[in-house]
Ligand binder design. Structure first.
Ligand code: PLP
Length: 462
């Protein structure tokens, strides 16, 4: 029998073998988990207040999701080109029968987006966050072209041409509006939309352009904001027509930025009047994370498209979705978009069980209540330590703690980790607290005890 690697041996091989790894070499090598607790290879437990960056809204190994995955795998249909040959299975969760199929998942998505998108909808599946964002941009582009009466026949000459440079043709050039500090992923249009770190711009591949708007932070000058919007709009539309505004209703990677809701709504309304599509990237903020099923609900925004991924399949991956207004976006022609791994059986089973769990256990409401408690306690902690913390903010269980400097932030996160509390950085000098929505008040108290002790240690207090 081969000997189990030690943590040090494992990390050494990560460094040697795996490309562009973002591994935290002070962090755990996770060998298991239950609820909000993860188990490290070194035998220690940690409270996971990263929620694996909103992947684990229902925590580590939720038994209903694990059961759904096992039942689907045992059916023998663990994989198929589901876009061509759909699958259908019936599983039993807590003595209730649930259908596992793409249609059942689409029906569920349509139901849980009814409040925020109260119109007829259609669901497009993808397999990750970035690819779903890219698909949303693609749907906007194709719709725009078709609305101008241009059909696939106009692509024939480009298809037959030996040299094809898309950026030279109007047909492939579009503009989009995004927010500064946005994170939408690292593929295709999603990479173009992202404004998180300069290194993430390398090899960006698109014939399109973006206009970057300032995030409408509370306290921002509204008049200046709308002037900047108009100037970006004027500038970017000279390059190509502006098709869509894509935004995170609460920014995640950018530093847990909650907008001035009225300003955001005004912006969405203004752009919509100009015929610009409104696309909400709810990949991190959706599915109860902010205390509403979708973060847009906080601001009364009804997006034309809504994107979900990450926690959608309880973090399994392999299924993400773009939910669109069916009246605005005529269905794409068959084969215009597809993929071998879109909505394959096991992720679909996981997603169905996961959404069922979120609804049955009222996790959206729990996120609002426990998030409000966590935020209140953090505000009190901040008040007593202004030399370390400059701001706390958030909605539901999507909370950011801004430190005076990035160095303090990193040192605090490291010390917390040593003491069994896992926290992830974001933005310039922010730590996010995004525990699974199942977190209890006792677990919040336990985490905050560790956090406060660490802050006191840095202040030299006993
Ligand atoms: C808001 C948002 N959009 C898109 C993405 C990209 O998702 P993925 O990592 O699955 O490509 C992320 C990932 O963190 C995200 O937070």
């Amino acid at each position: 029998m081969s000997k189990k690697r030690t943590k040090e041996e494992y990390f050494a091989k990560e460094k040697e073998l795996i490309g562009t790894s973002t591994v935290d070499f002070d962090g755990p090598v996770i060998i298991g988990g239950k609820g909000i607790v993860g188990y490290d290879l070194n035998g220690k437990e940690f409270l996971d207040f990263t929620g694996q960056i909103s992947l684990l809204n229902t925590g580590y190994g939720p038994k209903e999701v694990v059961s759904a995955i096992c039942q689907q795998a045992k059916s023998g249909v663990h994989s198929c080109i589901s876009a061509d040959y759909p699958f259908l299975n019936e599983i039993t969760i807590n003595r209730r029968k649930l259908e596992v199929s793409r249609v059942a998942l689409a029906e569920k998505l349509i139901e849980i987006t009814d409040k925020v998108m109260p119109f007829k909808k259609r669901v497009y599946f993808e397999d990750s966050g970035a690819t779903a964002v890219d698909l949303a941009g693609k749907i906007a582009e194709i719709t725009h072209i078709r609305n101008r009466g241009i059909g696939t026949e106009s692509l024939q000459r480009h298809f037959e041409s030996d040299i094809f440079i898309p950026s030279e043709f109007e047909l492939f050039k579009f503009s989009f509006l995004v927010f500064r500090n946005a994170f939408h992923g690292r593929h295709g249009l999603a990479q173009l939309f992202t404004n998180s770190k300069p290194k993430q711009m390398w090899a960006v591949s698109s014939s399109c352009a973006v206009g970057r708007l300032p995030f409408p932070t509370p306290g921002i000058n509204g008049w200046k904001f709308s002037r900047t919007v108009k100037s970006a709009e004027e500038h970017i539309s000279k390059f190509a027509p502006i098709l869509a505004f894509i935004f995170e209703p609460v920014q995640g990677e950018g530093g847990i930025n909650v907008p001035d809701g009225a300003l955001l709504k005004e912006l969405a309304g203004y752009l919509r009047e100009k015929g610009i599509y409104i696309i909400a990237d709810e990949i991190q903020a959706g599915l109860g994370r902010t205390g509403k099923m979708w973060a847009c609900e906080h601001f009364g925004i009804e997006p034309d498209m809504l994107i979900t991924s990450k926690s959608f399949s309880a973090g399994i991956g392999g299924v993400s979705a773009v939910i669109v207004n069916d009246d605005k976006f005529k269905d794409l022609e068959p084969g215009m978009h597809s993929g071998s791994h879109h909505a394959s059986p096991i992720p679909v089973a996981a997603a169905i069980a996961n959404i069922d769990l979120i609804l049955r256990k009222n996790l959206v409401e729990q996120s609002a209540n426990h998030g409000a408690y966590l935020l209140r306690r953090l505000e009190a902690i901040k008040e007593k330590r202004p030399s370390l913390i400059s701001d706390v903010r958030g909605l539901g269980l999507m909370i950011g703690i801004e430190f005076q400097t990035a160095e303090i932030r990193d040192a605090v996160a490291k010390e917390c980790k040593m003491n069994g509390l896992l926290l992830a950085p974001c933005g310039q000098k922010v730590i996010r607290m995004t525990p699974p929505l199942i977190v209890t008040i006792e677990e919040i108290d336990k985490a905050l005890d560790i956090f406060e002790n660490v802050l006191n240690y840095f202040l030299g207090k006993p």
